[in-house]
Design a protein around this ligand. Structure first.
Ligand SMILES: [Zn+2]
Ligand SMILES: [Zn+2]
Length: 194
């Protein structure tokens, strides 16, 4: 009886030891040290997300956007850095669900085509409301500060809030919609859009 009990205790001790010193933990810590890896992202030039799994599921790729018919890209048009889709953990397959298309390239900082198009459209709309060329120029200079937080963001927020009020019920909602597309979430809150 004693021998059997001792054998059992040995086995328990061995498995606990195995658990702590074994590959499972070593692998876990090594993974934590590895740089993050991402699946490919495919986006149309108007900024519609096609897939965050363009590498794992190449069958999901589309040459043209099913929503608007624009050509799609998987890399920055300026520096060719791949767009980053879902985050990948080699052990767990996929741990993130990927992101909405970014406003700017993470590698070269250039604004993507969809960001520039939305900004241009917002300025065109602003021109329908703001007829003073000096005021319009101020809006043009400020709109970039809505895409991401800068020291000049509060000024941009104030200017565009004023524009939306001035635009009233006819143009206001269209301008607000565009600003929602352009502004980061934190800035949407400052604009009162969230
Ligand atoms: Zn599209
Ligand atoms: Zn780039």
């Amino acid at each position: 009886m004693d021998n059997r009990r001792r054998a059992l205790e040995d086995r328990v001790a061995q498995s606990i030891h195995g658990l702590y010193s074994g590959n499972m933990f070593r692998d876990f810590y090594e993974q934590q040290r590895q740089p993050r890896r991402y699946d490919g992202q495919q986006v149309c030039l108007n900024g519609h997300l096609v897939t965050n799994y363009a590498n794992t599921n190449p069958e999901d790729r589309k040459k043209f956007c099913p929503d608007c018919g624009q050509p799609t890209i998987m890399a920055c048009e300026s520096c060719n850095a791949p767009l980053q889709g879902a985050e990948i953990d080699p052990a767990v397959v996929v741990i993130g669900f990927g992101f909405s298309p970014p406003a700017f390239c993470h590698e070269c900082g250039v604004s993507h085509t969809w960001t520039r198009r939305k900004i241009d459209t917002a300025i065109e709309l602003a021109a329908e409301v703001e007829t003073d060329p000096r005021e319009l120029e101020k809006l043009r200079n400020s709109i970039g500060d809505l895409t991401t937080e800068t020291p000049r963001t509060p000024l941009a927020v104030a200017r565009f809030k004023k524009l939306v009020v001035k635009a009233g019920n006819t143009m206001g909602p269209a301008i607000s919609k565009l600003l929602t597309d352009i502004a980061s979430e934190a800035i949407q809150k400052q604009l009162g859009l969230k």
